[in-house]
Write a new protein. Structure first.
Length: 104
C-alpha cells in the first residue's frame, strides 16, 4: 500500500477515488514516563519515552487508516495528514487521514 502526503502520483493514473479514510489512536499518560519527562525538562535533553510513545501512536493510526483503505479496495492513500491533539489532561490523540484511491 502506497501512502503519501502528496495529492497526486507522478507518472501514475488514478482511476478511482474511494473516499476519506482515517485512523485514530489515543495516548494516555503514564506516571513513570511523566516523572522522567519532568526531570528531563529540568535538566534538559529529550524525553525519549514520550518520543517512543508518539511514534507508536502515529504508526498505529497509520495502520488503521491503511486497513480501512484496503477494505475499500484501494492500493494507495494520498493527501495524508497526521494531526496531534491534546484532548484532556494527560491524553493525546493522534489522527491520520487521507483519500483512498486505486491507481494503475
Amino acid at each position: 500500500m502506497l501512502v503519501t502526503t502528496t495529492s497526486t502520483l507522478e507518472g501514475k493514473r488514478i482511476t478511482k477515488y474511494l473516499g476519506l479514510v482515517s485512523g485514530e489512536t489515543i495516548l494516555g499518560a503514564h506516571l513513570f514516563r511523566d516523572l522522567r519527562a519532568s526531570f528531563t525538562n529540568i535538566v534538559g535533553g529529550r524525553a525519549a519515552g514520550y518520543e517512543r510513545s508518539l511514534r507508536e501512536a502515529k504508526a498505529t493510526a497509520l495502520e488503521e487508516m491503511v486497513t480501512e483503505a484496503q477494505a475499500l479496495g484501494a492500493n494507495a492513500v494520498i493527501a495524508v495528514d497526521i494531526d496531534y491533539e491534546s484532548i484532556s489532561t494527560g491524553m493525546l490523540m493522534v489522527t491520520a487521514a487521507g483519500t483512498a484511491i486505486f491507481y494503475e
